[in-house]
Design a protein around this ligand. Structure first.
Ligand code: BJ8
Length: 427
């Protein structure tokens, strides 16, 4: 990426973007970013890369996607961790996460999905219907998955607007479910081969697997530093790194995150933190926070605590597990991919006790003083699973705060009051 200011309007126009609406949307980001990010003190210098990425959120990366397509590659949009990015890369595709983190065109979205649909789904529909997302407009294919009911039925409607392929994710993890899932991986490969016009080759999949693992390893390094006392990076900055991982160029992202990890490891060695050592440490668990949803982290950290980890799809669920790189045959590699992805612990599975263990392990390893369980409203799986997760966390001796929210600003005052009281209690 270069930092030369370029007018991207002609590119957006060609993609079919609603320019006035899009200008309005992009116009809101700088203030939001200023309030959530640029007011922080002592940020790692390496975060300058992410400042730049956000300033060009619909600019230079979109240009890269357009150039990639012009050179014969494909762009594939996804909404869930269970879609293996390695497969997309191995057929010359670029993967872009399409989950939206801001309210947009809800009136139009509510003509398709019920009002009481979670913000993540409603915003994704709103961004598509409002024609304000150049990532969605660049996608040659969108891959949906049978996770929650809201998403499952939304794919049928989204399929009226863009080519959608749905992969069937089982809801349990028995041997028969693993067999079903392995077959689904096979069928997904066939679809990707058809859309890309390229055969999946073992050598390409091996390279893609290593590259995506490297990305996750870099995030592991960065996040391991958050166990230090005082924390060397804010939760907001760590969250942003994972949010950007869903759509940035993989090798460049890996390099930049490793640079930040170098800096953080030095800070840890020097005992340098972004907060005073006595700042309460909070682990967040629950539904994902898509860019630019920085609401809860900002509230928690403005209340004087520091977020030291996220047991979320925009957190540890994304980077903790790697695909086994040892298989040499295509079949073996696809087995390894099936195993790794089925091992993610989302609340759409039953039972999902492994997620509770993950929360407890992270709370212990990151030296959290308390846990916040945040769910998007109307997310039945996470809101219900909060009961057993919170119970186990309390039994382990951690105070818990449960928050149900959405993307609006309306509840910020009320959430702040509750979070401030919780943080005070942790002191
Ligand atoms: S692996 S968390 S990305 S499904 S918040 S849309 S579950 S009603 S986002 Fe998710 Fe994949 Fe699971 Fe992760 Fe439905 Fe809930 Fe909305 Fe959700």
């Amino acid at each position: 990426m270069s930092d030369t200011a370029v007018d991207h309007h002609p590119m957006w126009e060609k993609l079919g973007i609603d320019l006035p609406a899009h200008d309005m949307l992009l116009g809101a980001i700088p203030q939001l970013y200023q309030d959530a990010y640029l007011t922080q003190e002592g940020r790692p210098q390496g975060m300058a890369y992410f400042d730049f990425v956000v300033s060009e959120i619909h600019g230079l990366r979109i240009k890269e996607l357009v150039d990639h397509k012009a050179a014969g590659g494909i762009v594939v949009g996804t909404f869930c961790l269970y879609v293996p990015e390695e497969l997309i890369r191995a057929v010359g595709g670029l993967n872009v996460g399409l989950c939206a983190g801001a309210e947009w065109a809800y009136d139009e979205a509510e003509c398709y999905v019920p009002r009481n649909t979670c913000a993540l789904i409603k915003a994704a529909m709103g961004f598509k219907l409002g024609k304000v997302c150049p990532y969605a407009e660049s996608a040659d294919l969108v891959i949906g998955e049978t996770t929650c009911d809201g998403k499952k039925k939304t794919w049928e409607l989204l399929g009226e607007m863009v080519p959608v392929y749905v992969t069937e994710l089982p809801q349990m993890k028995r041997p028969a479910d693993r067999t079903l899932w392995r077959g689904e991986i096979e069928r997904l490969v066939e679809k990707l081969e058809e859309v890309s016009g390229r055969k999946l080759e073992a050598a390409a999949l091996k390279t893609a697997t290593r590259e995506v693992n490297d990305k996750r390893r870099a995030l592991q390094r960065l996040n391991a530093c958050r166990a230090a006392h005082p924390a060397p990076i804010s939760g907001r900055d760590a969250l942003l790194a994972v949010q950007v991982a869903f759509y940035d160029d993989v090798p460049r992202f890996t390099q930049m995150v490793n640079k930040i990890a170098d800096e953080l490891e030095q800070r840890v060695a020097d005992g340098v933190g972004v907060v005073p050592p006595e700042a309460p440490r909070v682990l967040i668990t629950g539904t994902p926070m898509s860019i630019p949803n920085w609401k809860i982290h900002t509230i928690v950290e403005k209340a004087g605590a520091v977020v030291v980890g996220e047991e979320q799809c925009t957190g540890s669920r994304y980077y903790e597990k790697l695909v086994d790189e040892s298989p040499e045959t295509l079949d073996g590699m696809l087995d390894a991919i099936a195993d790794k992805y089925l091992d993610i612990n989302c609340a759409c599975f039953t039972p999902n006790t492994a997620r509770t263990y993950d929360v407890l392990r992270l709370a212990r390893d990151l030296h959290a003083d308390g846990v916040i369980h945040q769910s998007l409203q109307f997310c039945a799986t996470y809101q219900t699973e909060a009961t057993s997760v919170d119970r186990a966390v309390k039994q382990a001796g951690y105070p818990v705060l449960r928050l149900d929210t959405d993307y609006s600003d309306e509840d910020v005052g009320q959430l702040s009051t509750r979070v401030e009281a919780f943080v005070e209690m942790l002191r």
